[in-house]
Design a protein. Structure first.
Length: 466
């Protein structure tokens, strides 16, 4: 084991690696419940949503196990993967929500989305294996790279606020803060308890308590049932149903010709051109999200090479793309390297053994579906808001003294939550960057790549239907 994982060579030991693996798991275990909730947008009660939730719960864990084991045995890095926050929300608003709004078939919308996730994963895999990924990464201006993750953070925080009614509709201002004065407790309980849950996460994190998010989810769930005088509905039959739904609508989706037809139809994705732009967006977001996480976690572990790049970065990118393909086949949204794995690195993790421990913990959760289903939205929404806080910090690295950087970065950041779309934010940011660069005489050959991206998004805005 020591020889295979190079544990001694990297200055670690088995005990430290085990502790690091457990630390990483508890830091990111919240995704097990949050991801299926995000894929269905908390739209419980809508026909087909329960089946999607069950399928995604199982698929998410399997994808996390596969992706994390790849890090362990292929890249020998102490990193972990799971379904990306923001990308799962983007999946919901792109494929599931439109069917809910128009009264369509949510299950077919979900399955059509999986086809596009599979395509984006295969493209990302080819880019990773050929090295073309580096050219694409260089094509995107630094200001937009830094603002993408920050914009996603705002977007998922906004979704968290909406899911529990902290932010509600307003006829005149469109949105408003929850109205407390004169309201009934049952109407504002989700918002109030979620705010308390968010405070718990912040305080525990500030006190350096490991697994603060997971502890908050458990504590807030208990508070929810006590404060609302409810009893959790623990239906053990849901255990078998989760695997049944996973087999019927999850893992079979990308092998169904009807799903491929729907993936490029106006009814489910807006048509061929919109489908292509969705694939491009998933690729772009996944690529830069992974790159940012890898550099941050590798720097924390002192695992950078002489050029300042993470060791085995090509293998890491391959792991990421294979996990996305595996996730799509199983029935869930894009998988990516989790920033929370930095907590395991901070605990001393330096090898793939830590990732083995993390993946084993995820695998055990396959059999906890009945318990996961009793977690209320008020307990998971705080995690979304907190992740938004973490992701926003990258925006501080944008050069706000140069309008050529500041304006595109700002538009990318703000347009994601305001237009309810990650794709729109990236597209508007790229278009603004190209126009400002062109009309200020700063345009060079290196801007050709972002120009192509901008033109694609411009066509989407003009001719696309979503």
């Amino acid at each position: 084991m020591d020889k295979f994982f190079k544990i001694s060579e990297r200055g670690s030991n088995v005990k430290t690696e085990i502790i690091a693996g457990l630390t990483t798991f508890f830091a990111m275990a919240y995704i097990i419940v949050v991801n299926p909730n995000q894929i269905v947008g908390f739209s419980f009660g809508v026909e087909g949503i329960d089946k999607i939730w069950n399928a995604v719960y199982i698929a998410s864990i399997i994808a996390a196990v596969i992706g994390t084991l790849l890090y362990a045995f292929y890249a020998n890095l102490p990193f972990a993967q799971a379904c990306g926050m923001g990308l799962n929300s983007f999946f919901f608003v792109s494929f599931v929500l439109p069917q809910i709004v128009r009264g369509g078939d949510t299950i077919e919308g979900y399955r059509a989305g999986l086809v596009l996730i599979l395509i984006s994963g295969l493209i990302f895999l080819v880019l990773s294996l050929t090295g073309a990924r580096e050219m694409l990464a260089k094509a995107m201006p630094e200001c937009i790279k830094k603002s993408i993750s920050a914009g996603i953070g705002l977007f998922i925080a906004f979704l968290g606020f909406q899911n529990v009614g902290i932010i509600t509709d307003n006829e005149y201002t469109l949105v408003q803060f929850v109205k407390i004065n004169g309201a009934k407790w049952e109407d504002i309980a989700p918002a109030m308890i979620a705010l308390l849950g968010f405070l718990i996460i912040v305080v525990l994190t500030k006190l350096n308590v490991k697994g603060a998010v997971l502890i908050s989810i458990i504590a807030t769930s208990v508070i929810w049932y006590v404060a609302t005088w409810q009893l959790p509905d623990l239906d053990m039959q849901n255990f078998g149903q989760s695997f049944k739904d996973f087999g019927e609508i999850g893992i079979t989706a990308v092998f169904d010709p009807e799903s491929w037809k729907n993936a490029f139809s106006p009814e489910f994705t807006g048509g061929v051109f919109s489908a292509i732009m969705l694939v491009v967006t998933f690729c772009i977001v996944d690529m830069f999200d992974t790159v940012g996480t890898l550099y941050g976690a590798a720097a924390e572990a002192n695992m950078l090479d002489d050029n300042g790049d993470p060791i085995a970065i090509d293998k890491a990118m391959t792991c990421d793309s294979v996990a996305t393909v595996a996730g799509a086949v199983c029935g869930t949204s894009t998988c990516t390297t989790f920033v929370e794995c930095a907590s395991g690195v901070a605990a001393g993790g330096r090898t793939g053994l830590a990732s083995v421990v993390t993946s084993i913990c995820f695998a055990i959760c396959l059999f906890l579906a009945p318990f996961a289903s009793i977690i209320p939205a008020a307990a998971t929404a705080p995690a979304l808001i907190y992740v938004g806080v973490l992701m926003l910090k990258n925006f501080s690295k944008v050069d706000m003294t140069d309008l050529r950087s500041a304006v595109p970065a700002f538009l990318t950041l703000i347009m994601m939550p305001l237009t309810y779309s990650i794709a729109n934010g990236i597209g508007i940011g790229c278009i603004s960057y190209v126009l400002i660069t062109l009309f200020t005489g700063k345009y060079t050959k290196k801007d050709l790549g972002v120009t192509i991206i901008a033109l694609l998004f411009l066509c989407k805005f003009i001719f696309g239907t979503i």
